[in-house]
Design a protein around this ligand. Sequence first.
Ligand code: 3HC
Length: 687
Amino acid sequence: MKHPVRLERQNGIAVIAIENPPVNALSAAVRRGILGALHACLADDKITAIVLAANGRSFPAGADIAEFGLPEQEPNLPDLCDIVEASPKPVLAALHGTTLGGGLELAMAAHYRVAHEDTQLGLPEITLGLLPGAGGTQRAPRLIGVDAALDLMLTGKPISARKAQQIGLVDGLAGEELRDAVKLLAAETTEVKPTRSLRHQLADGARYMARIAARRAALGEGFAAQKIVECVEAALLVPFDVGLSMEREAFGECLTSDVSHGLRHAFFAERRARKFPEIGSHSARMVEKFGVVGGGTMGSGIVIACLNAGLPVTLVEQGEHGVNAALDRIGDHYKRSVAKGTLTQGQGTAALNYLNLTTDLSTLRDADVIIEALPDDLAQKQAMFAQLGALAKPGAVLASNTSYLDVAQLAEASGRAADVLAMHFFAPAHHMKAVEIGVTPQTAPEAVATAHAVAVALKKIPVRCSATPALIGNRMLRAYRRVADRLLLSGATPAEIDAAMREFGMAMGPFEAQDLSGLDIAWARRKADPTWPRAQELELADRMCEAGWLGQKTGRGYYVYGDGGAQAVPNGDMLRLLSEERAAKSVSPHPYLTQDLQDRLLCALINEGAHLLEEGIASNASDIDVVMMHGLGFPRQKGGPMNYADRRSLFEIHRLTSQFAAEDPEVWQVSKLLAQRAGERQTFGQG
Ligand code: 3HC
């Protein structure tokens, strides 16, 4: 392996340059390299000052996250920072790119910092359930004061170089000539300025305590956040080295926490999902013109996603009524965004300028990518694909937003199967980040690469899967809802089940989520396909739809919704119907503990995920996690259901699932893969 740190010496100035692409993460080899170079500089009498810099796209973007949890290798980053700070020769850091986390901590340990004017600087450890663990909690308050330091660490958001200069995080800015500018400065610098000895920002520490207490109260239960505040209090109250050791201890506690484990898994899973086998070996086709067919809830959401990403888009709807309804939907979204202050009036209007709304399908003749988002009706979609197949230009990608229907049948209808795939968005499409790209055996790799590029341009996370009905997300949802229905029939109420899953961390419980999306969608599916598993098991949902209780949109579903956002309460009439169905089926209802509800619903997800892997529909367990986290509201802190299962132990998940299957074999078929991995004491993450 190439040496990740270079040392150059010229005219009494040494440049230690880190070279560990892509983001110069501070791996063990980099740390060893910096330490070795530093010792060489200190031993060299001709060197009067040292410049710490990085080649490539950035000064280090942090510690190497992949090394967390592995046995620590010397020198560790906190010690390296201390050694840099203790250097008797001035150390100047030349910052560029994304100087983040441990990278910024290393820079704060240097005696001076100069940043390229485009640099982003931040301490994002909290987004990984961590705190800055290389002296950042002690040095940042000394450099920039308690408030600014807490802002950096508690939000995790990077700031611009200009802002960093204003608050004293960097001493100067430079343009393209950054390295030369810092070398010149180094030649004039004789004084060392250890950050640890700066006290003026901490003077009168007592005055901060009330402010810190207020911030702590506002933080709630976030473990890392509470630890950050504790460490900043330590910076105010105890000597630097004691503060450092408190930080070290707190970092260790955060590192082993379930939350940090889940967030770190999420970080890598999101990046792994984007690695399609087609990328690299096949080029994406050029995409300049983009079309969407169907401006219902999903189609409008996809259009908004395009507009938000600055992509001009043509939306085709049927008739004047369809056009007006789509325009209202899209326009309302921007009105709400302006009212909430997330967009200015000007930005809202500007976004709409990129929209071309028409009833004329032939406008899409020269589109490069067309996403069909019509209602999930096979005949209607087949007819549309036949038309698109005939009119779209050669090489245009024809994507369907369907999840449940068989994409191969749409591909066949188009007469050009190589161009056809699924691009399935999750509601609300402009907000949820996952996009499933469902690939048939006929889909051309270039079409897959193009859909991938479109998803990335829309700032989404593409997840590749095989284009079988329901793809990943709705297979998971179906298994989850099926078990939720079973729990309902056997004694739990929707409110108990929803509360249990919210307590676990889901954005919503399964029944309130159905009320939000509308009960008529699944009703139509059940009517269209009587073999659908849920069609035979619980009649309650059908009875509710027949009564016109379609969820939030009719003010009544599993819950009754008051006017003006009043608190929803359980729908008593629905509970009466449920009791009648239990009686008719001779079911004696029994109570469930919250843990039991959670276990059954989580095992339903994990077991279905294992089936998806077994069937080759998903390639990696982490892809299923990404779909669940970014499509279906699974808590990112738990890293997705498959990671949750790995963390909890597959042995336990297998034991529980087998027990549920013994009780109710109609609903539960234990996945062979789950049994195998549990038997081998392996995880889903292994392979
Ligand atoms: N460690 C290891 N790998 C990292 C990394 C890190 N800190 N940061 C990025 N990478 C890897 C990514 O996994 C990805 O690898 P891949 O190409 O194999 O998928 C590659 O670098 C490029 O990353 P992105 O795809 O995310 O590239 P972007 O240009 O979109 O974003 C970035 C770059 C803004 C630096 C983003 O990667 C990022 O936010 N990284 C994490 C930054 C961070 O959290 N730093 C703190 C780490 S914890 C720490 O420092 C603890 C310390 O206090 C002791």
